[in-house]
Design a protein around this ligand. Sequence first.
Ligand code: NAD
Ligand code: DAU
Length: 359
Amino acid sequence: MKTYLVTGGAGFIGSNYIHYMLEKYGQAIHIVNLDSLTYAGNLENLKEIQELPNYEFVKMDICNKEDLASLFQKYNFDRIIHFAAESHVDRSIKNPDVFAATNIMGTLNLLNAAKKAWESKDGFLPDKRYLQVSTDEVYGSLDDGDGYFYETTPLDPHSPYSASKASADMLVKSYIDTYRFPANITRCSNNYGPYQFPEKLIPLIINNALQKKSLPVYGDGKNVRDWLYVRDHAKAIDMVCEMGELFHIYNIGGHNEKQNIEIVKTILDTLLELLPESDARRAGISYDLIQYVGDRKGHDRRYAIAPDKIRSEIGWEPETMFRDGIRLTVQWYLSHEDWMKNVTDQSYMKYYADMYGKR
Ligand code: NAD
Ligand code: DAU
């Protein structure tokens, strides 16, 4: 039985990954979910699996080296999937410090703990893997038109968030180059799907539309993001871990570039399509809610991932077409209004206290 350390497993992608892995492997794997439960960590995302004997939650901060050392004393991890991060660009513009602390120093702490645990007289113990979950934002921004990010594209981060993620990637690279530390880096495009915190564009627009609040579109609304359904990302991470060439970087994306304004309109269309006329939530949902607001500082214009390498070397392809994924996503939020309410009124913060005694 392989033991996985998943950091940041109470967040959006981490919790989707844990669900995916437990559905795929069942009792054949053991998952330890390490999360410090910042505002972005929500254990409600995992309530269906919290009693499973092969799943454990550990409340821990990756910035705390002593706690990490004791965790690595207790477990013999085979896989480390490092999601934990401060992830929101707008927050990084207002408060960069915590991004440097968690995304850079937290990653260094984790690398050191894993290196120490996995070192052997011949290098590293066999069949160990560390996977750094990175982002296409480290490549910077593309102009309107053609052009893609490849694994060989030079890093050119612009926001404090992307600079901190690029720094973490460089640290992982340095551990590979210096120690032959058994790691991979994946760089994925924008994810969407269940359990995404409603500060990010898609859940924010769904939630605001249902509340009949204005829908803020930054700048001219023509910035482009390359959207991937979160479960496809989870599958890609698993495939890279098991089939990827050790030490390599893999881009993950599905050639699904959309302007922000197109995303906002698609969400409104989908809400109107899914909500019956008799449903009170339907009234007042229209394009009139859209409000153009001031632009994000340093707003990257366009992201577009070239996923050729992961497709040709590993055989990964996205399975969810955007029109299906956005329908599934809107449907999920419509049928999980309690989840959204608990997040927006902050009662989700109590969930841990109720489950484990204190937050
Ligand atoms: P998220 O903000 O939803 O979740 C992050 C999780 O990390 C939370 O549960 C939080 O409590 C935890 N965390 C934060 N600081 C911590 C610390 N110091 N110690 C332990 N846990 C801590 O983020 P997400 O959107 O799920 O992103 C997960 C990872 O994927 C990040 O590394 C992000 O950079 C990367 N990524 C995200 C996207 C995207 O579209 N969301 C795309 C590509 C890559
Ligand atoms: O590309 C991968 C990245 O995608 C991840 O590394 C980040 O962790 C993740 O947060 C995401 O970053 P973005 O900045 O692209 O996502 P966000 O949802 O914040 O914004 C998407 C686009 O929508 C972006 O061009 C800004 C715009 N936007 C966002 C918000 C919150 C708006 O127009 N209005 C908004 O209210």
